[in-house]
Write a protein that binds this ligand. Structure first.
Ligand SMILES: *Cc1c(COP(=O)(O)O)cnc(C)c1O
Length: 415
Protein backbone atom coordinates (compact mmCIF):
# COMPACT_ATOMS: atom_id res chain seq x y z
CA UNK A 1 0.00 0.00 0.00
CA UNK A 2 1.38 3.38 -1.04
CA UNK A 3 -0.39 5.41 1.64
CA UNK A 4 -0.71 3.92 5.13
CA UNK A 5 -0.69 5.09 8.73
CA UNK A 6 2.47 4.54 10.76
CA UNK A 7 2.65 5.63 14.36
CA UNK A 8 -0.58 7.54 13.94
CA UNK A 9 0.49 9.50 10.89
CA UNK A 10 -0.39 8.96 7.25
CA UNK A 11 2.69 8.21 5.15
CA UNK A 12 3.58 8.07 1.49
CA UNK A 13 5.75 4.98 1.23
CA UNK A 14 8.34 5.52 4.03
CA UNK A 15 7.81 9.24 4.43
CA UNK A 16 5.27 10.97 6.66
CA UNK A 17 2.99 13.50 5.02
CA UNK A 18 3.77 15.91 7.87
CA UNK A 19 7.41 15.84 6.80
CA UNK A 20 6.43 16.39 3.16
CA UNK A 21 4.27 19.37 4.14
CA UNK A 22 7.16 20.86 6.16
CA UNK A 23 9.55 20.49 3.25
CA UNK A 24 7.36 21.44 0.33
CA UNK A 25 4.39 23.32 1.76
CA UNK A 26 0.72 22.86 0.95
CA UNK A 27 -1.30 22.37 -1.15
CA UNK A 28 0.87 19.70 -2.65
CA UNK A 29 0.32 16.68 -4.84
CA UNK A 30 2.13 13.59 -3.56
CA UNK A 31 2.72 10.58 -5.81
CA UNK A 32 4.11 7.16 -4.97
CA UNK A 33 6.58 5.72 -7.44
CA UNK A 34 6.00 2.19 -6.15
CA UNK A 35 2.23 2.51 -6.65
CA UNK A 36 2.65 3.71 -10.23
CA UNK A 37 5.08 0.90 -10.97
CA UNK A 38 2.90 -1.76 -9.44
CA UNK A 39 -0.19 -0.70 -11.42
CA UNK A 40 1.82 -0.72 -14.63
CA UNK A 41 3.26 -4.10 -13.70
CA UNK A 42 -0.25 -5.56 -13.51
CA UNK A 43 -0.71 -4.66 -17.18
CA UNK A 44 2.70 -5.88 -18.27
CA UNK A 45 2.41 -9.13 -16.31
CA UNK A 46 -0.95 -9.98 -17.87
CA UNK A 47 0.18 -9.01 -21.36
CA UNK A 48 3.50 -10.89 -21.17
CA UNK A 49 3.90 -13.29 -24.09
CA UNK A 50 1.29 -11.47 -26.19
CA UNK A 51 1.92 -9.02 -28.99
CA UNK A 52 0.69 -6.00 -27.07
CA UNK A 53 1.72 -2.59 -25.82
CA UNK A 54 0.46 -0.26 -23.13
CA UNK A 55 0.32 3.39 -24.19
CA UNK A 56 -0.06 5.42 -21.00
CA UNK A 57 -2.70 8.14 -21.41
CA UNK A 58 -0.70 11.30 -20.77
CA UNK A 59 -3.67 13.51 -19.90
CA UNK A 60 -4.30 11.61 -16.66
CA UNK A 61 -1.02 12.88 -15.22
CA UNK A 62 1.44 14.53 -17.58
CA UNK A 63 4.20 15.41 -15.12
CA UNK A 64 7.55 14.80 -16.85
CA UNK A 65 8.78 12.66 -13.96
CA UNK A 66 5.73 10.40 -14.32
CA UNK A 67 6.23 10.18 -18.08
CA UNK A 68 9.93 9.40 -17.65
CA UNK A 69 9.03 6.65 -15.20
CA UNK A 70 6.55 5.17 -17.68
CA UNK A 71 9.11 5.40 -20.50
CA UNK A 72 11.66 3.57 -18.37
CA UNK A 73 9.13 0.81 -17.71
CA UNK A 74 8.78 0.40 -21.47
CA UNK A 75 5.38 2.02 -21.90
CA UNK A 76 4.26 3.89 -24.97
CA UNK A 77 2.01 6.94 -24.77
CA UNK A 78 -1.42 8.12 -25.83
CA UNK A 79 -1.46 11.87 -26.43
CA UNK A 80 -4.21 14.35 -27.30
CA UNK A 81 -2.28 17.51 -28.19
CA UNK A 82 0.99 18.90 -29.49
CA UNK A 83 1.75 19.96 -25.93
CA UNK A 84 1.50 16.36 -24.75
CA UNK A 85 3.73 15.24 -27.63
CA UNK A 86 6.35 17.77 -26.52
CA UNK A 87 6.11 16.42 -22.97
CA UNK A 88 6.61 12.83 -24.13
CA UNK A 89 9.68 13.84 -26.12
CA UNK A 90 11.05 15.96 -23.25
CA UNK A 91 10.63 13.02 -20.87
CA UNK A 92 12.54 10.65 -23.16
CA UNK A 93 9.43 8.79 -24.34
CA UNK A 94 9.50 6.91 -27.62
CA UNK A 95 7.43 8.62 -30.34
CA UNK A 96 7.34 5.35 -32.25
CA UNK A 97 5.25 3.96 -29.39
CA UNK A 98 3.01 7.05 -29.24
CA UNK A 99 -0.60 7.29 -30.41
CA UNK A 100 -2.13 10.65 -31.22
CA UNK A 101 -5.84 10.77 -30.30
CA UNK A 102 -8.39 13.57 -30.14
CA UNK A 103 -11.19 15.08 -32.22
CA UNK A 104 -9.64 18.44 -33.04
CA UNK A 105 -6.03 18.03 -34.16
CA UNK A 106 -4.72 21.18 -35.84
CA UNK A 107 -2.55 21.14 -38.99
CA UNK A 108 0.34 22.20 -36.87
CA UNK A 109 -0.15 19.35 -34.39
CA UNK A 110 -0.47 16.82 -37.22
CA UNK A 111 2.77 18.13 -38.70
CA UNK A 112 4.57 17.83 -35.34
CA UNK A 113 3.30 14.27 -34.93
CA UNK A 114 4.43 13.25 -38.43
CA UNK A 115 7.84 14.90 -37.99
CA UNK A 116 8.25 13.02 -34.71
CA UNK A 117 7.31 9.72 -36.43
CA UNK A 118 4.53 8.74 -34.06
CA UNK A 119 3.21 5.18 -34.14
CA UNK A 120 -0.27 6.15 -35.25
CA UNK A 121 -2.65 9.07 -35.66
CA UNK A 122 -6.12 8.06 -34.49
CA UNK A 123 -8.58 9.69 -36.88
CA UNK A 124 -11.96 10.77 -35.65
CA UNK A 125 -13.62 12.14 -38.82
CA UNK A 126 -13.46 12.20 -42.61
CA UNK A 127 -12.28 15.83 -42.80
CA UNK A 128 -9.47 14.88 -40.45
CA UNK A 129 -8.47 12.04 -42.81
CA UNK A 130 -8.27 14.55 -45.64
CA UNK A 131 -6.27 16.99 -43.56
CA UNK A 132 -3.78 14.34 -42.43
CA UNK A 133 -3.36 13.16 -46.03
CA UNK A 134 -2.68 16.74 -47.17
CA UNK A 135 -0.20 17.51 -44.39
CA UNK A 136 1.64 14.22 -44.99
CA UNK A 137 1.81 15.00 -48.72
CA UNK A 138 3.31 18.39 -47.99
CA UNK A 139 5.97 16.77 -45.81
CA UNK A 140 6.68 13.99 -48.30
CA UNK A 141 5.58 11.40 -45.76
CA UNK A 142 2.99 8.69 -45.40
CA UNK A 143 0.88 9.15 -42.31
CA UNK A 144 0.30 6.05 -40.16
CA UNK A 145 -3.39 6.08 -39.21
CA UNK A 146 -6.22 4.22 -37.54
CA UNK A 147 -9.84 5.23 -37.21
CA UNK A 148 -11.30 5.56 -33.78
CA UNK A 149 -14.62 3.82 -34.19
CA UNK A 150 -17.52 4.56 -31.93
CA UNK A 151 -18.85 1.09 -31.15
CA UNK A 152 -22.11 2.45 -29.67
CA UNK A 153 -21.65 0.59 -26.42
CA UNK A 154 -22.85 2.00 -23.12
CA UNK A 155 -19.89 2.12 -20.72
CA UNK A 156 -22.38 2.64 -17.85
CA UNK A 157 -20.26 5.35 -16.32
CA UNK A 158 -20.75 9.07 -15.60
CA UNK A 159 -22.22 10.79 -18.70
CA UNK A 160 -19.30 13.27 -18.78
CA UNK A 161 -16.79 10.43 -19.06
CA UNK A 162 -18.81 8.13 -21.31
CA UNK A 163 -17.46 8.40 -24.85
CA UNK A 164 -18.62 5.37 -26.83
CA UNK A 165 -22.28 6.14 -27.48
CA UNK A 166 -23.75 7.36 -30.78
CA UNK A 167 -24.50 10.77 -29.30
CA UNK A 168 -20.89 11.36 -28.21
CA UNK A 169 -18.54 13.58 -30.23
CA UNK A 170 -15.83 10.92 -30.31
CA UNK A 171 -14.86 8.55 -33.08
CA UNK A 172 -16.47 7.76 -36.41
CA UNK A 173 -19.80 5.96 -36.50
CA UNK A 174 -19.53 2.19 -36.58
CA UNK A 175 -21.70 2.12 -39.72
CA UNK A 176 -19.39 4.54 -41.55
CA UNK A 177 -16.15 2.77 -40.73
CA UNK A 178 -15.92 0.48 -43.77
CA UNK A 179 -16.58 3.31 -46.19
CA UNK A 180 -13.96 5.49 -44.48
CA UNK A 181 -11.33 2.76 -44.54
CA UNK A 182 -12.06 2.18 -48.22
CA UNK A 183 -11.57 5.91 -48.83
CA UNK A 184 -8.38 5.96 -46.77
CA UNK A 185 -6.64 3.15 -48.66
CA UNK A 186 -7.05 5.11 -51.87
CA UNK A 187 -5.18 8.14 -50.50
CA UNK A 188 -1.54 8.42 -51.53
CA UNK A 189 -0.14 9.70 -48.25
CA UNK A 190 -2.01 7.46 -45.84
CA UNK A 191 -0.86 4.15 -44.45
CA UNK A 192 -3.42 2.19 -42.48
CA UNK A 193 -2.04 0.77 -39.27
CA UNK A 194 -5.00 -0.29 -37.22
CA UNK A 195 -8.34 0.43 -35.65
CA UNK A 196 -9.34 1.70 -32.24
CA UNK A 197 -12.04 2.60 -29.76
CA UNK A 198 -12.28 4.07 -26.29
CA UNK A 199 -15.69 3.78 -24.70
CA UNK A 200 -15.27 5.83 -21.55
CA UNK A 201 -13.62 6.08 -18.22
CA UNK A 202 -13.95 4.64 -14.72
CA UNK A 203 -15.35 1.31 -15.94
CA UNK A 204 -15.72 -1.14 -13.09
CA UNK A 205 -16.75 -4.18 -15.11
CA UNK A 206 -15.02 -5.58 -18.20
CA UNK A 207 -18.30 -6.45 -19.96
CA UNK A 208 -18.73 -3.17 -21.92
CA UNK A 209 -15.06 -3.24 -22.94
CA UNK A 210 -15.35 -6.84 -24.09
CA UNK A 211 -18.54 -6.02 -25.98
CA UNK A 212 -16.83 -3.10 -27.71
CA UNK A 213 -13.83 -5.33 -28.48
CA UNK A 214 -16.10 -7.92 -30.08
CA UNK A 215 -17.67 -5.29 -32.31
CA UNK A 216 -14.25 -3.94 -33.32
CA UNK A 217 -12.94 -7.45 -34.00
CA UNK A 218 -15.96 -8.22 -36.21
CA UNK A 219 -15.37 -4.99 -38.10
CA UNK A 220 -11.68 -5.86 -38.45
CA UNK A 221 -12.61 -9.17 -40.05
CA UNK A 222 -14.79 -7.38 -42.61
CA UNK A 223 -12.04 -4.86 -43.37
CA UNK A 224 -9.47 -7.60 -43.84
CA UNK A 225 -11.86 -9.51 -46.11
CA UNK A 226 -12.01 -6.32 -48.17
CA UNK A 227 -8.21 -6.39 -48.47
CA UNK A 228 -7.46 -3.76 -45.79
CA UNK A 229 -4.87 -5.16 -43.39
CA UNK A 230 -5.30 -4.13 -39.75
CA UNK A 231 -2.04 -4.28 -37.80
CA UNK A 232 -3.32 -3.33 -34.39
CA UNK A 233 -6.49 -3.10 -32.36
CA UNK A 234 -6.50 -0.33 -29.76
CA UNK A 235 -9.15 -0.87 -27.12
CA UNK A 236 -8.55 2.38 -25.30
CA UNK A 237 -8.28 2.88 -21.56
CA UNK A 238 -11.02 3.47 -19.07
CA UNK A 239 -10.36 0.86 -16.39
CA UNK A 240 -11.74 2.18 -13.13
CA UNK A 241 -10.30 2.56 -9.66
CA UNK A 242 -11.78 2.51 -6.20
CA UNK A 243 -12.58 6.02 -4.99
CA UNK A 244 -15.21 5.15 -2.42
CA UNK A 245 -17.05 1.84 -2.46
CA UNK A 246 -16.72 0.92 -6.13
CA UNK A 247 -15.46 -2.59 -6.63
CA UNK A 248 -13.66 -2.43 -9.97
CA UNK A 249 -12.58 -5.77 -11.31
CA UNK A 250 -8.80 -6.23 -11.22
CA UNK A 251 -6.84 -4.87 -14.18
CA UNK A 252 -5.86 -8.43 -15.08
CA UNK A 253 -9.55 -9.29 -15.57
CA UNK A 254 -10.02 -6.46 -18.09
CA UNK A 255 -6.84 -7.37 -19.90
CA UNK A 256 -7.81 -11.03 -20.03
CA UNK A 257 -11.17 -10.03 -21.50
CA UNK A 258 -9.46 -7.94 -24.17
CA UNK A 259 -7.02 -10.73 -25.02
CA UNK A 260 -9.85 -13.25 -25.26
CA UNK A 261 -11.79 -10.97 -27.62
CA UNK A 262 -8.75 -10.79 -29.90
CA UNK A 263 -8.09 -14.54 -29.77
CA UNK A 264 -7.29 -15.91 -33.20
CA UNK A 265 -6.44 -12.53 -34.72
CA UNK A 266 -2.88 -11.63 -35.49
CA UNK A 267 -3.46 -7.94 -34.78
CA UNK A 268 -1.40 -6.46 -31.99
CA UNK A 269 -3.36 -5.33 -28.92
CA UNK A 270 -2.93 -1.77 -27.68
CA UNK A 271 -4.36 -0.48 -24.39
CA UNK A 272 -4.14 3.15 -23.32
CA UNK A 273 -4.91 3.36 -19.61
CA UNK A 274 -4.48 6.50 -17.55
CA UNK A 275 -6.53 6.55 -14.35
CA UNK A 276 -5.87 2.92 -13.42
CA UNK A 277 -2.11 3.56 -13.45
CA UNK A 278 -1.85 6.84 -11.56
CA UNK A 279 -5.22 7.48 -9.89
CA UNK A 280 -4.61 5.75 -6.59
CA UNK A 281 -0.90 6.51 -6.70
CA UNK A 282 -1.47 10.13 -5.74
CA UNK A 283 -3.10 12.35 -3.14
CA UNK A 284 -3.57 16.04 -2.59
CA UNK A 285 -2.13 17.24 0.69
CA UNK A 286 -3.83 20.31 2.13
CA UNK A 287 -3.95 22.24 5.39
CA UNK A 288 -7.00 23.46 7.26
CA UNK A 289 -7.04 27.26 7.38
CA UNK A 290 -10.27 27.74 9.30
CA UNK A 291 -12.92 25.74 11.02
CA UNK A 292 -16.15 27.50 10.24
CA UNK A 293 -19.22 26.29 12.10
CA UNK A 294 -22.52 27.25 10.50
CA UNK A 295 -26.23 27.02 11.22
CA UNK A 296 -26.88 24.41 8.50
CA UNK A 297 -23.41 23.03 7.86
CA UNK A 298 -19.95 23.24 9.26
CA UNK A 299 -16.97 23.82 7.03
CA UNK A 300 -13.30 23.05 7.00
CA UNK A 301 -11.83 25.79 4.83
CA UNK A 302 -8.60 24.38 3.43
CA UNK A 303 -5.75 25.81 1.35
CA UNK A 304 -6.53 23.59 -1.68
CA UNK A 305 -9.48 24.39 -3.92
CA UNK A 306 -11.36 23.50 -7.08
CA UNK A 307 -8.55 25.04 -9.12
CA UNK A 308 -6.24 22.35 -7.69
CA UNK A 309 -8.69 19.44 -7.88
CA UNK A 310 -11.61 20.09 -10.18
CA UNK A 311 -13.22 16.64 -10.17
CA UNK A 312 -15.66 17.24 -7.30
CA UNK A 313 -16.88 20.50 -8.89
CA UNK A 314 -16.92 19.08 -12.43
CA UNK A 315 -18.33 15.59 -11.92
CA UNK A 316 -19.53 15.69 -8.35
CA UNK A 317 -16.73 13.17 -7.86
CA UNK A 318 -16.20 11.64 -4.43
CA UNK A 319 -12.68 11.58 -2.99
CA UNK A 320 -11.89 10.14 0.42
CA UNK A 321 -10.50 12.74 2.83
CA UNK A 322 -8.30 11.54 5.66
CA UNK A 323 -6.83 13.40 8.58
CA UNK A 324 -3.05 13.01 8.29
CA UNK A 325 -2.77 12.62 12.07
CA UNK A 326 -5.00 9.84 13.30
CA UNK A 327 -7.43 11.21 15.88
CA UNK A 328 -7.14 9.96 19.42
CA UNK A 329 -9.48 7.03 20.07
CA UNK A 330 -11.98 9.02 22.16
CA UNK A 331 -12.28 12.00 19.78
CA UNK A 332 -15.79 12.64 18.43
CA UNK A 333 -15.87 13.52 14.74
CA UNK A 334 -17.86 16.45 13.36
CA UNK A 335 -19.54 16.38 9.97
CA UNK A 336 -17.88 18.90 7.69
CA UNK A 337 -17.90 20.09 4.13
CA UNK A 338 -14.29 20.46 3.03
CA UNK A 339 -14.13 23.61 0.92
CA UNK A 340 -11.55 25.87 -0.67
CA UNK A 341 -11.23 29.65 -0.63
CA UNK A 342 -12.54 30.18 -4.18
CA UNK A 343 -15.57 32.39 -4.81
CA UNK A 344 -17.84 29.65 -6.16
CA UNK A 345 -20.35 27.48 -4.34
CA UNK A 346 -18.99 24.62 -6.47
CA UNK A 347 -15.65 25.02 -4.75
CA UNK A 348 -15.70 21.96 -2.56
CA UNK A 349 -13.43 18.95 -2.25
CA UNK A 350 -15.79 16.82 -0.16
CA UNK A 351 -19.19 17.09 1.47
CA UNK A 352 -20.57 15.80 4.75
CA UNK A 353 -17.52 13.99 6.05
CA UNK A 354 -17.06 12.96 9.65
CA UNK A 355 -13.64 14.35 10.56
CA UNK A 356 -11.65 15.28 13.58
CA UNK A 357 -9.68 18.32 12.48
CA UNK A 358 -8.77 21.79 13.61
CA UNK A 359 -7.10 24.84 12.09
CA UNK A 360 -3.56 24.02 11.02
CA UNK A 361 -4.20 20.28 10.64
CA UNK A 362 -3.27 18.42 7.49
CA UNK A 363 -5.79 16.53 5.36
CA UNK A 364 -5.12 14.13 2.52
CA UNK A 365 -7.55 14.08 -0.41
CA UNK A 366 -7.08 10.56 -1.70
CA UNK A 367 -7.14 9.04 -5.21
CA UNK A 368 -6.01 12.31 -6.75
CA UNK A 369 -3.18 11.04 -8.95
CA UNK A 370 -5.27 11.09 -12.14
CA UNK A 371 -7.08 14.13 -13.55
CA UNK A 372 -5.95 16.14 -10.52
CA UNK A 373 -3.00 18.36 -11.36
CA UNK A 374 -3.67 17.84 -15.06
CA UNK A 375 -7.03 19.63 -14.77
CA UNK A 376 -5.79 22.36 -12.45
CA UNK A 377 -6.01 26.05 -13.27
CA UNK A 378 -5.04 29.43 -11.90
CA UNK A 379 -8.62 30.51 -11.21
CA UNK A 380 -8.78 33.23 -8.56
CA UNK A 381 -5.09 33.89 -9.34
CA UNK A 382 -4.01 30.94 -7.29
CA UNK A 383 -0.52 29.63 -8.04
CA UNK A 384 -0.66 25.93 -8.84
CA UNK A 385 0.39 23.37 -6.23
CA UNK A 386 3.77 21.69 -5.99
CA UNK A 387 4.13 18.06 -7.06
CA UNK A 388 6.27 15.59 -5.15
CA UNK A 389 7.22 12.07 -6.18
CA UNK A 390 8.04 9.80 -3.25
CA UNK A 391 10.40 6.90 -3.77
CA UNK A 392 10.93 4.86 -0.61
CA UNK A 393 12.22 7.32 1.98
CA UNK A 394 13.07 9.99 -0.60
CA UNK A 395 10.82 12.79 -1.77
CA UNK A 396 11.59 14.55 -5.02
CA UNK A 397 10.07 17.87 -5.97
CA UNK A 398 8.98 17.16 -9.57
CA UNK A 399 7.17 20.45 -10.11
CA UNK A 400 7.89 23.48 -8.02
CA UNK A 401 5.02 25.44 -6.62
CA UNK A 402 4.10 28.28 -8.95
CA UNK A 403 5.13 31.69 -7.73
CA UNK A 404 2.82 34.68 -7.83
CA UNK A 405 4.96 36.32 -10.52
CA UNK A 406 4.41 33.23 -12.73
CA UNK A 407 0.72 34.11 -12.78
CA UNK A 408 1.10 37.20 -14.96
CA UNK A 409 4.52 36.64 -16.47
CA UNK A 410 2.92 36.44 -19.93
CA UNK A 411 0.79 39.55 -19.58
CA UNK A 412 1.50 43.18 -20.36
CA UNK A 413 -0.01 46.52 -19.56
CA UNK A 414 -0.68 48.78 -22.55
CA UNK A 415 1.54 51.86 -22.67
C1 LIG B 1 -8.62 9.72 -21.77
C2 LIG B 1 -8.33 8.60 -22.70
C3 LIG B 1 -7.78 7.41 -22.21
C4 LIG B 1 -7.53 7.15 -20.76
O1 LIG B 1 -8.68 6.97 -20.02
P1 LIG B 1 -8.60 6.46 -18.50
O2 LIG B 1 -9.99 6.38 -18.08
O3 LIG B 1 -7.82 7.48 -17.74
O4 LIG B 1 -7.91 5.14 -18.51
C5 LIG B 1 -7.47 6.43 -23.12
N1 LIG B 1 -7.68 6.60 -24.45
C6 LIG B 1 -8.20 7.73 -24.95
C7 LIG B 1 -8.40 7.85 -26.41
C8 LIG B 1 -8.54 8.76 -24.10
O5 LIG B 1 -9.07 9.89 -24.59
Amino acid sequence: MAFTYRNGELCAEQLSLGEIARRFGTPCYVYSRAAIESAYAEYSRTLAGHDAIVCYSVKANPNLAVLALMAKLGAGFDIVSGGELARVLAAGGDPRKTLFSGVGKTENEIEQALQANVLCINLESEPELERVNAVAGRLGKRAPVAFRVNPDVDAKTHPYISTGLKQNKFGVAHDDAERLYAAAVRLANIEIRGIGCHIGSQLTDPAPLVEAAARIVALTARLEAAGIPIGHIDLGGGIGIRYRDETPQPIARFVAGALAALEGHRARLILDPGRSIVGNAGLLLTRVEYVKPGPARSFLVVDAAMNDLMRPALYDAWHAVNAVHEPSPGARPTTYDVVGPICESGDFLAKERPLVAGAGDLLAVMSAGAYGMSMSSNYNSRPRAAEVLVDGADAHLVRRREAVQDLFALERILP
